[in-house]
Design a protein around this ligand. Structure first.
Ligand SMILES: Nc1ncnc2c1ncn2[C@@H]1O[C@H](COP(=O)(O)OP(=O)(O)OP(=O)(O)O)[C@@H](O)[C@H]1O
Length: 958
């Protein structure tokens, strides 16, 4: 056991250690000099030294880039081994001799701004060459010494990583402000004491002197640097970092070198803004008083107040109290704020306190004071009067409502309208197809009226499934005289729109509807021209005369102004007379997404995005530019949208008018079917009509056709699902039959990281239940990929209200049961069902077949479905006699007793790739195995066709 060291021995060791550290620092400096030749600092790379110090973010406003500020690393001899920066300055003994131990470096030369520590936790000094240090003005040096001055009273002292002020470091920096009080043995937090402690006195005694007074130091004076420091230490007022406040409009900026404590103060001020160009902070005048007060408490800072603002630190009043040093009125009294709309009739003044202003408010007839918000509000008709009067108050700046708002609410502002809410007049729809008009639900009719009252320019933002299509067609038809009409839609629904026009406007000849399918097509070939967003951007140059009436479906696709689709569409909207934007989710995450849609409808609103961003996106200046991802004044934005741009009804608002189920036939893009798939389909169809086949061969051919259809539809199905997700559909089911389709969908969802579940014939009963529960509980978007035959019964998915059938199935009972996974007890919404139907495939026969069967069910009182109306109205039926033959074949095959089971079994055992004479049999990527091959003999398979015995799906009350 060794004897304890004597005091003298300890001192000696410490002295030697200090010397060694100093030598090492010098050596490092010399090395750095050699390597860089610039005299800049060395950033050592001890991993320990970087702990908790994130690398500098480029342009971080808190980073003292190019401030020309130095910081100091110290190695003092008092004890503290916790490795933390001290919070109390009494452990900091600032004296010349001690400072000779310190080395200095220019912050902008220090990548990590962090001292190195030896593995034992001791700091390795880093530094710059003495000449550089000598160039630094004294007050900066001392400013840094104090500012960074959590001078570590330890051998393990660490410098402050001020280039990377983390929240913790800032918090510590703030806590340092309390140091003076602590230094006097006072409990921290007494501002007056603190102010006294830090305030330079007229006697010339400075804070450094005060602090040093209590410390013991080893007198040792070496070199010019230490002399400077010594001088600095004894002349605090001279040495503290000096800065000035400069007025700039209604704000003021602070010109000063980098100082961590001061930055912490800056960051605590609500109106702060950092200008990376000038590398200065600026503030609203409302924060002036607070800033000066806080700056006065910082021993390291001397801030020259604004001209005419009263006393500065250099000329403190004789009394010497903190308060006496504060700049006084008039600058402090300056208040700035803005008017904000709070209802269709009223606005409030969002502004700080000013006696004169309150006196003025009290003169307004419509004044009202909200005790909760502590703000005054007024009728809009007094807006202009108030603004005029406020302009006479020199210390007040109250910004009026933006011009856009005054235009939108002109009738209230100018008091031209006697009542607040004008009823929307009933539009005269006598010129529109009566079939369409009579089909409109009451809320849809109201939507049409609203649109016409807005002269055909609006954003119709009804919830999904509320029938925006029928309303848009009706509005457009009201302006039929101004056609040709342009309809821009996601490519997956081009043909659905064509069908909708034909369905709702029977007077419109099908030849006059032009669906643009390729980049070679003409954009103006029809009276109604339907084009996808992507093709529009390729074809808009074709346009010689602009369209006067334009519909944009899923208009949130235009949310990003930089996209080609947006660039192509916006000029068209600007010149069109009528603009009907449709979206169930106009903004999915932030108000900025609404901008293009707002100016699409009202091009004069907020001509500059920046003005919109400042008001509604909480725009913040960042070193890399403006950040518009936030939100502000949302109440006002809502009022503006409702007044002049948008109509939005939610499903729950109009539930009573909606049927419990709404089915939609979605004609998916034939263009997406590859040439090879098309050839395979044609070959099978031909074989079905030409060859004299046995019954078995016929069924095989039919199943092959069914399988080929499945693979041909995959790209369109995936496109449709992705469009649904992009449109904000949160939860839905996708049913398919073939494994190849189910797997392709699942793969795509995995690729896109969309939460999903997958249930097919191979999923065990226990897993099904678990997956089902998972889906029910998913809070955000999720897709359930389900086998039509393996998941069509016994499962509840009421947390979704949309079912998509990627494939048709010949047995409508199975389809209806599948629909009822969502439409059942527990469902509180109207359910949408989308059947994806591909022309030129087996769907051409399956779809009418399903209609027929459903009709029979309906006649037997077993179904309330409206399938047939959809098909008949859209002229879906085939006309070619050859097709008739195939249809007959389908019908015969499926109508024979037990054919379902037989066919399915045949399908399960068939391998279309091996079928003779079928093009594309060499396909590598096709897996035609129908679903459920794994469950041969399972009760599920037997049960699935017993739907006629299971009426629950038709009779369950909601
Ligand atoms: N008045 C109506 N009469 C008959 N069917 C209607 C009516 N209104 C809507 N539908 C049907 O409801 C279904 C949903 O309508 P639509 O597709 O227009 O909704 P949406 O609001 O555009 O939904 P999404 O935002 O999901 O596209 C369609 O099948 C449509 O034909």
């Amino acid at each position: 056991m060794s004897l304890p060291l004597t005091e003298e021995q300890r001192k000696k060791i410490e002295e030697n250690r200090q010397k060694a550290l100093a030598r090492r620092a010098e050596k490092l400096l010399a090395e750095q000099h050699q390597s860089s030749g610039s005299g800049s600092c060395i950033a050592t790379n001890s991993s320990q030294s970087r702990q908790g110090l994130p690398p500098n973010l480029p342009g971080d406003p808190s980073k003292p880039v190019n401030h020309g500020v130095i910081f100091m690393q110290q190695n003092l001899s008092s004890s503290s081994s916790d490795g933390q920066r001290p919070h109390h300055c009494h452990s900091f003994h600032l004296s010349a001799p001690e400072q000779t131990e310190r080395t200095w470096k220019r912050q902008d030369d220090v990548p990590a701004a962090c001292p190195s520590h030896s593995s034992s936790g001791q700091m390795i000094l880093t530094g710059i060459s003495p000449p550089l240090a000598q160039e630094v003005p004294d007050q900066q040096l001392l400013g840094c010494a104090l500012g960074q001055g959590h001078l570590q009273a330890s051998h393990e002292a660490r410098s402050t990583p001020f280039a990377n002020p983390t929240p913790e470091s800032l918090a510590k920096a703030k806590s340092f402000q309390k140091t003076p009080a602590s230094a006097f043995g006072q409990p921290p937090g007494d501002p007056r004491l603190e102010a006294k402690a830090v305030r330079p006195s007229t006697s010339g005694q400075n804070i450094a002197g005060v602090h040093c007074g209590s410390g013991s130091v080893t007198p040792r004076t070496e070199g010019r640097l230490s002399q400077k420091l010594g001088a600095a230490a004894t002349h605090k007022a001279v040495s503290s970092q000096r800065g000035t406040c400069i007025r700039s409009g209604d704000r003021f900026q602070v010109k000063i070198g980098y100082n961590e404590e001061l930055i912490a103060v800056f960051k605590s001020l609500p109106s702060r803004s950092y200008d990376p160009a000038t590398k200065t902070w600026n503030f609203s005048m409302t924060d002036y008083g607070a800033l000066m007060k806080a700056a006065q408490r910082l021993p390291t800072v001397t801030l020259q107040p604004l001209e005419g603002a009263g006393h500065s630190r250099e000329s403190p009043s004789a009394g010497g109290t903190a308060q006496s040093c504060l700049p006084s009125a008039p600058s402090l009294a300056f208040v700035k704020g803005q008017c904000v709309l709070i209802s269709r009739a009223r606005f409030e003044a969002d502004i700080g306190y000013s006696e004169a202003l309150v006196a003025l408010f009290k003169q307004m007839d419509s004044r009202s004071y909200d005790v909760k918000t502590r703000k005054w509000n007024f009728l809009l008709e007094e807006h202009n009067k108030l603004i005029q009067r406020v302009r006479c108050l020199p210390q007040v700046q109250l910004d009026p409502l933006p011009k856009t708002l005054t235009l939108a609410f002109a009738s209230q502002l100018e008091k031209t309208s006697p009542c607040l809410t004008q009823p929307i007049p009933e539009a005269d729809l006598s010129g529109v197809d009566p079939k369409l008009v009579s089909s409109l639900l009451p809320f849809q009719r109201a939507g049409v009226n609203f649109a016409i009252a807005k002269r055909g320019r609006l954003l119709l933002a009804d919830d999904m499934g509320l029938g925006k299509t029928i309303q848009a067609i009706c509005i457009a038809a009201f302006y039929q005289k101004e056609w040709p009409l342009l309809v821009v839609v996601p490519s997956s629904v081009r043909f659905t729109w064509e069908q909708a026009f034909l369905r709702w406007l029977p007077s419109l000849s099908p030849e006059r509807v032009n669906v643009v399918v390729t980049g070679k097509d003409r954009l103006t070939a029809g009276l109604v021209n339907i084009v996808s967003f992507d093709l529009l951007s390729k074809l808009e140059k074709q346009l010689k005369t602009p369209f006067k009436v334009v519909i944009i479906d899923e208009s949130h696709f235009l949310k990003n102004i930089k996209t080609a689709r947006c660039r192509a569409a916006m000029p068209l909207l600007k010149v069109a007379k009528r603009v009907i934007l449709l979206s169930g989710t106009p903004a999915m995450s932030r108000p900025a997404e609404l901008y293009t849609q707002i100016i699409g409808v009202r091009p004069t609103f907020f001509p500059q995005f920046h003005a919109f961003g400042l008001r509604y996106c909480d725009a913040k200046r960042q070193p890399w530019g403006w950040d518009y991802s936030g939100s502000s004044n949302l109440g006002e934005l809502k009022l503006l949208l409702e007044e002049a741009v948008m109509l939005r009804r939610l499903k729950c608002d109009v539930l009573a008018q909606l049927p419990p189920k709404q089915r939609k036939m979605v004609i998916i893009a034939p263009g997406r079917i590859s040439t090879r798939a098309r050839a395979a389909l044609d070959a099978v169809a031909k074989e079905m009509t030409t060859m004299d086949k046995t019954k078995q061969q016929q069924k095989e051919a039919l199943l092959l056709f069914f399988n080929r259809t499945a693979e041909a539809k995959i790209p369109s199905v995936i496109e449709y699902i992705l469009d649904l997700l992009e449109s904000g559909r949160e939860k839905f089911l996708v049913f398919a039959h073939h494994k190849v389709v189910l797997s392709a969908i699942t793969r795509e969802l995995e690729k896109k990281h969309v939460p999903h579940i997958h249930i097919d014939g191979s999923t065990s009963s226990a897993d099904r239940e678990d997956l089902c529960q998972q889906f029910q509980l998913f809070e955000k978007h999720a897709v359930a990929v389900l086998s039509i035959t393996a998941a069509n019964m016994g499962l509840t998915f009421t947390s979704a209200d949309l079912v998509v059938f990627a494939e048709l199935f010949w047995n409508p009972g199975v389809l209806l049961q599948a629909e009822d996974r969502v439409h059942r007890i527990g469902q509180s919404s109207s359910v949408s069902i989308h059947y994806l139907v591909a022309k030129g495939t087996a769907d051409d026969y399956l779809w009418p077949l399903i209609q027929e069967k459903i009709k029979v069910l309906g006649e037997a009182g077993l179904s309330e479905t409206n399938f047939s109306e959809m098909t008949a109205a859209t002229n879906y039926f085939y006309k070619d006699p050859k097709q008739q033959k195939i249809y007959d074949l389908f019908q015969q095959s499926f109508e024979e007793d037990g054919s379902d089971l037989e066919l399915l079994e045949a399908a399960e055992s068939s391998d279309p790739r091996s079928a003779p004479g079928v093009p594309g049999n060499d396909s590598q990527d096709l897996e035609d195995t129908p679903d459920e091959t794994m469950v041969t003999g399972s009760p599920v398979k037997k049960r699935r066709f017993e739907f006629f015995d299971n009426f629950d799906s038709f009779t369950f009350p909601l």
